[in-house]
Design a protein around this ligand. Sequence first.
Ligand SMILES: Nc1ncnc2c1ncn2[C@@H]1O[C@H](COP(=O)(O)OP(=O)(O)OP(=O)(O)O)[C@@H](O)[C@H]1O
Length: 245
Amino acid sequence: MDQASLKYGTRTAVSDVSLTIETGEVLCLLGPSGCGKSSLVRLALGLTPPSSGRVFVDEREASANGRIIVPPEQRGLSVVFQDLGLWPHLSVEAHLRFVLASRRIARSEREGAIERTLAAVELLDRRRCYPAELSGGERQRLAIARALVVRPRLVLLDEPLSNLDLVLRRELIELFRRLFAELQASVLYITHDIREAALLGDRVAVMEHGRLVATGMLSELRSLESPIVRELLDSPAGDVASTAP
Ligand SMILES: Nc1ncnc2c1ncn2[C@@H]1O[C@H](COP(=O)(O)OP(=O)(O)OP(=O)(O)O)[C@@H](O)[C@H]1O
């Protein structure tokens, strides 16, 4: 993303952001509510074009200056939104089958991909269940399975744990750590929780009022004087952090 900005009318949600996610890295985007994190996700996905600036996918210009060049379905990206967006009328395995078919993955490869992905998120024995029959953690695992089954180049997770209780968050953070380590893909993980960023991110980018104010390893950010970075770093260390090895 190169000098990308996004305005809603006169309100600037993303302001002049330049950011690159390296292959295989987990980049955590951290910032307070309303700072523009979800808007940045919309830009990356191609749901909305930047008002100015450019967005690249695999070094190819994907949108620029108010124009979408590569539509969302051709970007090779997957997303998990906070509200998951599961389909109530589809079983667990049907969720995966549906996205594989819509991405035109060969029929011969589909069942193997479903099997492998459900095994990775420990949902094999729930494959015939519908979302209403799943626990909160299982629903979350289905959402991540649906995102991963198509082997995306980049997975975007927009505050995936923010509605969950502490025990479930701990469990899922462990699962995410394992999945991210096995993934060939890059990950953009959006959160307003520094503890999640510390546990999951190879690198952290901090956003405030639509701007990127710092990018680097968490240890590097600790030496910065930026008030918002200080505020995030000084937020009370919660129990989630105690799951760190
Ligand atoms: N469709 C919209 N129309 C007008 N303003 C919007 C729209 N979507 C977001 N905004 C505004 O843009 C700014 C950034 O919003 P955004 O949702 O990207 O922030 P966020 O960091 O993801 O917030 P949160 O953590 O609360 O989800 C906010 O001031 C918000 O009110």
